[in-house]
Design a protein around this ligand. Sequence first.
Ligand code: SF4
Length: 283
Amino acid sequence: MSDSPTLRPTPSNQFSFSRLKTFHQCAFRYRLRYLKGLKEAFRSIESFLGTTVHDVLEWMYAQRGEGRSPSMAEVLERFEEAWRQEWPEDVAIIRTNEGPDVYYRRGREMLERFHGEAWAKDRSETLALEQRFNQRLSERISFTGFADRVGRTTQGVLFVIDYKTSKNMGDPSDFSEGPQAPLYAACALENHGDEVALAGYHYLRHGQSNWHDVDREKGRRLLERFKNMAEEVLDKTEFPAKPGILCAWCGFNHICTFAEVPEDFSGGRRLTEEKMGAFSNGG
Ligand code: SF4
């Protein structure tokens, strides 16, 4: 197996919401990741926590689909197993004054709240989990992404929901909460032939959901806007760095000469340096 960090660049016409968001946050990072196909040297523990919690939620709904209803103890056991057994070497704790237990407890709390509240009340039907959407928007652009869950309410209304493990609940601006779930809802409308769908975010740390109505016309406008933004990015020839606090979470911060990583947030960079030191020492 090669040690090369180079992956195949993402096909130029495939645009996800996170691809556009990365461009908006730092065009230089976008260039390294999406155009040069470089792999980031680490992923943050926040990202690992999000993936692990999402996997447990997916398992819960899959179990329900098979007529089972996992108890809180089973859910927490599932989380603990994933957390303890699948700890990958590339996971970095960015905040140097925190340890992994902070995140472990946070994950447990989110799942406890979810199991006791939203899940207990939820009578909706699940149509798909981790549903991949891929919609051609123009000759040059396709929209792609994964929705956490697609279903129907007890009244039969189509919905798409995205589960969020972030602290902040987001605002409606383009790259915060933004149009991600509504874009998935627009695709779901096409796939299912419905006239209207609900697009929601459920904030696991707060136990709250935000819902937006998306009808055909709104869906069409959202996809058109996304296409225009993606085409603009596709035509860019310059990719300036935008250093800031997010550099601490950027897996290129060891090779980027523009990086600004405060000492208190240097866990990712340190992990990379340790790995590179071990590698050059033959470890
Ligand atoms: S370290 Fe900062 S400036 Fe450099 S690519 Fe990453 S986010 Fe951009």
